[in-house]
Design a binder for this molecule. Structure first.
Ligand code: SF4
Length: 248
């Protein structure tokens, strides 16, 4: 932090259920090395307790504070104010796109979580079953017990949804699995998880992507979903050829 002080106008998207959306303006004095989420929290604490936003860890691990800052998807807990505006400037804050708005800056990411569950339900990740033992819930019988390396959910992706918000295809095809989900499938691997093939080799899977790479540009976790989708396409073609020749 510095002694420097900036005056910044936060222009915040507001929407409550059943009411039309609008923007509210708040003028704050900020340290430019503060993060955008700090400004949003201060607005909630000192200006308007009705502001709805989500946040948790404050160190880019939980993925809860994704928003659009001046029209670009950002994880606001790691986005310094000085990197996205200037002294006397404006910060326009919107909820993520391509998800329904629950209220103000909070969106419903069921679309992504449900698709993630479809991927991981078909993938082999034995460590995920281990904590369930002793709680009356039994892991599936066919889960191998000898390869913990395949428990990969959240290994890199923090499921923040920024990539789906930035994706131009996700905005036009609501059943498109989306970058984070296809990246998760690529991480699991089709060779190791052949049941994933039909899930991703379809019109709402790898072939829907237009290779815009907006997902990769905004991903705060270096997952590089754009590259993973291209690699998943290669895996799909390889597995299909193997099946055609009876080797899959
Ligand atoms: S792939 Fe990157 S941008 Fe997309 S949900 Fe995962 S961490 Fe977020």
């Amino acid at each position: 932090m510095t002694e420097e002080k900036w005056t910044v106008t936060f222009v915040i998207y507001r929407q409550k259920e059943g009411q039309p959306s609008h923007y509210d303006r708040y003028i704050l004095e900020v340290d430019p090395d503060e993060y955008v989420i700090d400004g949003v929290e201060r607005i909630w604490a000192f200006h308007d307790r009705s502001l709805i936003f989500s946040h948790a860890c404050h160190h880019s691990t939980c993925g809860a504070c994704g928003m659009r800052v001046n029209d670009v998807e950002k994880l606001t807990c790691i986005t310094k104010i000085r990197d996205v505006t200037t002294n006397g400037g404006t910060l326009k804050i919107d909820p993520l796109r391509n998800f329904p708005v629950v209220g103000d800056l909070v969106v419903d990411m069921t679309r992504m979580y449900a698709a993630m569950d479809r991927i991981h339900a078909k993938a082999i990740h034995p460590l995920s079953a281990a904590p369930l033992e002793g709680k009356g819930i039994q892991p599936p019988k066919d889960v191998p017990q000898n390869n913990g390396s395949e428990f990969l959910r959240l290994a890199d992706c923090i499921e923040c949804g920024l990539c789906i918000s930035a994706c131009p295809v996700a905005g036009t095809a609501e059943n498109y699995l989306g970058p984070a989900v296809l990246a998760a499938a690529q991480l699991q691997g089709l060779k190791q998880n052949p049941d994933l093939l039909n899930l991703v080799d379809c019109s709402n899977g790898v072939w829907r992507c237009h290779s815009a790479f907006e997902c990769t540009a905004v991903c705060p976790s270096n997952v590089d979903p754009g590259w993973r989708i291209m690699d998943l396409r290669r895996q799909v073609v390889k597995e299909r050829i193997k099946r055609w020749f009876g080797k899959g």
